[in-house]
Design a protein around this ligand. Structure first.
Ligand SMILES: [Zn+2]
Length: 216
């Protein structure tokens, strides 16, 4: 993998910037479609996350994608551009990064009962991302094509940890997010599932509350 080609974040042209922003938006809209259906099936309204797109310099301590309750889903367009370069616009890989952060949004909505099988919120977010990709694929296989996902996914996870190396050492990165084989496993488990309850999803603690209120 040519990491070197990914590292210098050249200033993006306005067209390029607009294209990346549209693609992020497309993924977020697709996650909204899938998650809305699941929440609705449980009688709870899904509120789509706010999305903040920025470009943080390589090596910045706070760079990279993330989720914060106050800000919503934060996407680093420099990372998206790097993924584009290395993986030749592999929509599924970018989608998984974004869907992982949306997964954290879902966690804040549901206060999930994490099961033994999805040991941490990070691995659960990977499982949710895989579930989204599986659903989006089932809906329309051409939307987020998956060339060589099994090989590309571990490469992408390594690349992201290199890009975000200013933030965490490799060891603490593995502690926070899980090892690459663990993460792959969660993405696969989610992808194979029709229902995100496989990932430990439940609306039990949802802060939106059930839609139907008991009459006074
Ligand atoms: Zn995460």
């Amino acid at each position: 993998m040519a990491l070197g080609s990914a590292t210098p974040a050249a200033a993006a042209t306005p067209d390029e910037d607009a294209r990346l922003r549209r693609r992020v938006q497309t993924v977020v809209e697709s996650t909204t479609q899938e998650w809305s259906a699941v929440f609705q099936a449980h009688g709870v309204a899904y509120a789509a996350p706010r999305v903040l797109m920025l470009r943080s310099p390589i090596g910045h301590p706070a760079r990279g994608a993330g989720y914060m309750r106050e800000l919503g889903v934060v996407i680093d367009l420099n990372d998206m551009a790097a993924l584009d370069t290395v993986f030749v616009r592999n929509g599924a890989l970018e989608g998984l990064v974004i869907a992982h952060e949306v997964g954290h949004h879902v966690q804040t909505m549901t206060n999930p009962g994490l099961t033994e099988r999805s040991q941490s919120p990070e691995l659960q977010a990977d499982c949710y991302a895989g579930w989204w990709l599986g659903r989006a694929q089932a809906r329309n296989p051409t939307d987020f094509p998956l060339p060589d996902l099994e090989r590309r996914l571990p490469e992408m996870l390594s690349l992201l940890s290199v890009l975000q190396a200013g933030r965490l050492s490799a060891a603490s990165e593995a502690e926070v997010h899980g090892s690459i084989p663990q993460r792959l496993n969660e993405v696969r488990r989610g992808m194979a599932a029709e229902d995100p309850k496989v990932c430990g999803f439940s609306v039990a603690g949802s802060w939106h509350g059930p839609r139907q209120q008991t009459p006074p």
